[in-house]
Ligand binder design. Structure first.
Ligand code: PHE
Length: 352
């Protein structure tokens, strides 16, 4: 058969064969059949050695041309297969971007956390530092440095969880008063608040074995009870409303002298009397007083030169008042139905 004819046949045959190819593997086989060592194209040169130089040259050129063409055809097929595969995947993995997305559920700040942030905002704006202290505390910081020596009856009222003779779970954030005075080695004026958790052996609708307090301590020259009253009045108005009034009742705490208990006008009835305030018009909000000279002295401050005031209030009480929460335990049981009520409009605006 004439070489040209052979070449034409090869091309026709390849063309037909490629049409039937659907998979990569089949294409590999076709490629081997034509371009492999014993492939149809190579075979054309089988009797090369019997030819003259001229003929060799001519045949060589023809075969090279054919090789290029066959390669080109196979490459083209390869490209087609790849395009088809891509199309198939695009179709299969198509995403319907017109589908409405799933709503992301937004959490809300815990009422307890919100109270802390509001309290901090107020006192920071008045120039106070926010400090922290450990919940596992020493008897020394929680009691002795606060003028509550061993055997003092005030320890009973606080139902302490003791770890051993020296360590306990703090029953009051007042421990941070002792810490702050000691830590201030330069003995400069102090303005601090400390929000945090405290622990007592108590558990009913208005008491939890764990609850929150915020302590405040100011130590400076010429601090008087009037400063305390002014500060707490502003605080009460900020937390419970502009019309809130404050009254001081004499009280006792070992670490303050004089000591007061601070009531605020009932935010529910405005002071007229209602079930919440037990018809008195007043609600007890916090304990406070002028820092006891012994406490100043133990903190390294000369009570002849320095005076100060301190106050402590229950964060849970504040939260319960502010959000009308009937049971303190709601604050600690993480019931999502309870917590969801606290996603406020203004908070929704916070997340853009
Ligand atoms: N630590 C006191 C309590 O837990 C509250 C208090 C703090 C009173 C500071 C006076 C001064 O009851």
């Amino acid at each position: 058969m004439e070489t040209n004819e052979k070449i034409r046949n090869i091309k026709e045959e390849l063309d037909k064969e490629l049409e039937g190819v659907e998979k990569q593997q089949e294409l590999v086989e076709v490629k081997a059949k034509y371009l492999g060592k014993k492939g149809l194209v190579t075979e054309l040169t089988a009797n090369m050695k019997d030819l003259s130089i001229e003929e060799k040259k001519e045949l060589g050129q023809l075969v090279n041309l054919l090789k290029n063409e066959v390669t080109e055809m196979i490459n083209q097929k390869q490209q087609d297969l790849q395009n088809k595969e891509l199309e198939r995947r695009l179709k299969e993995e198509e995403i319907d971007i017109s589908l409405p997305s799933r709503k992301i559920k937004k959490g809300s700040r815990h009422p307890f956390q919100r109270i802390i942030e509001d309290v901090e905002d107020f006192f920071v704006s008045m120039g106070y530092d926010v400090v922290d202290g450990p919940e596992l505390e020493t008897d020394e910081n929680c009691f002795r440095r606060l003028n509550v020596p061993l055997g003092h009856p005030a320890r009973d009222s606080q139902d302490t969880f003791y770890i051993d003779d020296e360590y306990l779970l703090r029953t009051q954030t007042s421990s941070v008063q002792a810490r702050t005075m000691q830590a201030n080695t330069e003995k400069t004026p102090i303005r601090m608040i400390c929000p945090g958790k405290v622990y007592r052996r108590d558990d009913d609708a208005t008491h939890s074995h764990q609850f929150g307090q915020v302590e405040g301590l100011v130590v400076d020259k010429d601090i008087s009870l009037a400063d305390l009253k002014g500060t707490l009045e502003m605080f009460a108005k900020k937390m419970l409303g502009e019309n809130t009034k404050v009254r001081f009742r004499p009280s006792f705490f070992p670490f303050t002298e004089p000591s007061v208990e601070v009531d605020v006008t009932c935010f529910k009835c405005g002071g007229k009397g209602c079930p919440l305030c037990k018809q008195t018009g007043w609600i007890e909000l916090l304990g406070a007083g002028m820092v006891h000279p012994n406490v100043l002295r133990m903190g390294g401050y000369d009570p002849e030169k320095w005076t100060g005031f301190a106050f402590g209030t229950g964060l849970d009480r504040l939260a319960m008042f502010r959000y009308a929460i009937p049971d303190i335990r709601y604050l600690y049981t993480n019931d999502i139905r309870f917590l969801e009520q606290f996603s406020r409009k203004d908070e929704e605006n916070e997340v853009k």
